[in-house]
Design a protein around this ligand. Sequence first.
Ligand code: DX5
Ligand code: ZN
Length: 226
Amino acid sequence: MRAEITASIMCADLLNLERDVKALEKAGVDYFHYDIMDGHFVPNMTLGLETICEIQKRVNVRSDFHLLTKEPEDIIPLLDAGENDLISFHYQATKDIEKCITLIHELGAKAGIVLDVEDHYEVLAPYIEKIGFVNLMMITPGFAGQPMVDGMIEKIMNTRKWLDSQKKHEIKIMVDGNVNYERARLMHKLGGDILVAGSSSLFKGDMSFEESLKTFEEYTKHRALY
Ligand code: DX5
Ligand code: ZN
């Protein structure tokens, strides 16, 4: 199965947001990836809840919320998310991971834990019965267009291997940061199920959204694990 593509909305043309989100919906993107930042957990602020609500009113695309905030438990209940949507929060952002997962499940959404580049996948062990996916950061988060950190491609493979060894084949791996077409091929082959398409691909401006999604489809057709 091809990789699913989640469009990083912070990388869209923010002054032509309605045009972009409608075009992405028409092109058939799988999810909209909403980076929500607080200026503390990461030194940036991007999309606010009001803006996201307006997008959700106008288009019918599944939501993929990526919370880059301290104490995500305060934000989760404010999200408009349901059973087809994804919500992930950073492992290091909260003292109460269980509570965050429970709050996400109360909305009916799938819960994911985001691992920063320095976080080992084995920290997920106590939560693997409850999470639906893991979001692996390829970059130090906060800003689009940053270089890939060494060793992150291998981390996708090692995380997949470890999840499989725990019999958690159904837990998906999201890959966030620096996803271009060539890398997407490898990221998917090694275990990436959902790829965040940002300034390195979908919003690079070198092809239409349709062409970009077709290219992703072409490049992520096959998976040969490990
Ligand atoms: C960064 C965000 C990503 C970002 C990655 O903190 O989480 O969604 O858009 O896209 P690139 O690396 O391609 O700009
Ligand atoms: Zn993100």
